[in-house]
Ligand binder design. Sequence first.
Ligand SMILES: [Zn+2]
Length: 279
Amino acid sequence: MPYQIAQDTYIFQSCIWQTNSCVILNEAANIIIDPCYFPVEIQVIEDFVSRRKSFNKYIIFTHSDFDHIVGYQYFKGAKLLGHGEMARCDREAQVLQAREIDQTYYINRKTPFLFPELDLTFASDFRVPLKGDELALFHAPGHTADSIFIVSTAKRVLFAGDYLSDLEFPFIYFDSGAYSRTLELAEKIVRDFQIEIVVPGHGELAKGREEIFERINNDKEYLANLLENAQDLCFQGLQEKEITEVLKGIKYRNEPIEGSMLKMHEENIRLILKEIQSF
Ligand SMILES: [Zn+2]
């Protein structure tokens, strides 16, 4: 069952990765953000949305990672909206990852997943007018090059894609500098639009200013720690292997990073070291 967070605004959470799909029902347009993940879950969202007819239907992708785009084919007649950079992402890699997960867990999709062709794209920002509300979309690169933030201006909700999750530290697939600037943008958006709820791509909502800023600050702290320590160690002339060993000990929310999360942390370390070396 969906979880209602504001009038006509609903969250469906998948049982894999706690991935959040969002639905906004409105007379001007029904909006679906990142429909996912298992076919039965997507079908439930489709049934829910199709009960309320609307003039327009949009699917908005927060970014091009397969776990966020895999469900769009269930929504006939929806306009697909996302950042222009999505055209440049590695489509093949996303399709392969989705297929691998489907094979591993015997997931049967009635239509084979194809990478979406967007109907509408934008560069820096975009507005979707709704009755009594307006969605403001902003480019938010860092996690990926094509990540965006979506703001329901009337309901003061920020749909953050793969940022500000309570389950994950920053996963930097694209660029650490852009990631830091996007966290600044998040702060600005929370202030300017008086955001009260943040819906991350994975995990629990952040409710209220205090929790929202705590998440932003935790992520800023992690990035700053990673970058400053990496620069120091490089400056001291340590080898990449030694540097990696030290950086693996960086904490997130005062806890050591362990288990399957360590692999993601090591990916971040690799990317940061590559960025430093390319200067
Ligand atoms: Zn994700």
